[in-house]
Design a protein around this ligand. Sequence first.
Ligand code: UT7
Length: 322
Amino acid sequence: MRAKIIGTGSCLPDKIATNDYLSTIVDTNDEWIQSRTGIQERHLVSSEAENTLSMAVKAAQRALLDADVLPEQLDLILVATVSSDFITPSTACMIQKELNACHATAFDINAACSGFLFALNTVDAYFQTGIYQTALIIGVETLSKIINWSDRSTCVLFGDGAGAVVAKASEEGILASLQGSDGTKGDILICKNRTNNNPYITTETNPDFLFMNGQEVFKFAVTKEPECIQSLLNQAKINASEVDYYLLHQANYRIIASIARKLKLPLEKFPINVDHCGNTSAASIPILLDEVNKAGKLEEGSLLLLSGFGAGLTWGAVLLKW
Ligand code: UT7
């Protein structure tokens, strides 16, 4: 049995920060941001009540409704995030409590922007072994809390949000998948956790923010992601043009356009939400999938290729039948 997605949902905070607004905070402008990234605006949490858990729960409830599945029917909840509200309990366990998904096992996965794909592959592996049959998979980020809002090279790029899917063990669904990691290049995109101040260690306790060597990440993305997609297509013996939609991690419009060029495919096959969401890391692919689904663009049997890359470094791709 393989994982078949049977429902989607998403949640974006109401507050929208435009490029013009950000140019009142840091030395930037709409022209630079749009021409280098394709981003026009992003959603940011704007109250204490809005956080990783609240967005994840809303996205999950919408996905469950779409799938016509009750929380108590779930036997697995996986959450991909690098921006949990708590170190422990996991966001997945907190969602389980909020939904009253009393029969589920719940845990988080940290694979940054590839996290949703890694979670989907993990669910698929569990379904193949027969251990679980019905799963809720969520990608959620409140990246605005780990961003340095005086660093123009990163603060204009990211946004907050959540996307969720419900997957069921079925004869057909995921057709093929690939994932990988290269920890040796981890230092080009990092965010340190809290420092240790135990009785033997005295460290500065300044909070650390996300640091990114943008050009190195860009080079990695435009090389690794098309390679990964091509390997997956070869593995599945499918021609690139047979895929109906490529749902790629939304980091930068130029990265997506470069991948489309390398695969010799029209941009119409590459739905975009980076323009209005910015980079929402683990949430970007499930939010995009929900937008495409709710826009009525998917039919039974549509072929979708989901792919992304991120900190770690990590990368992955999943080919599935809708
Ligand atoms: O999901 C995680 C993955 N992250 C990514 O995929 C990001 C990948 N990288 C990128 O998308 C691009 O590298 C960026 C969008 C981050 C940067 O674009 P770039 O074309 O590589 O610009 P750059 O870093 O080479 O900077 C060019 C110039 C610099 O000024 P000088 O040194 O040429 O005078 C920067 O200081 O642009 C300046 N700059 C800005 N100017 C206005 C950097 N950020 C800004 C800004 N507004 N926000």
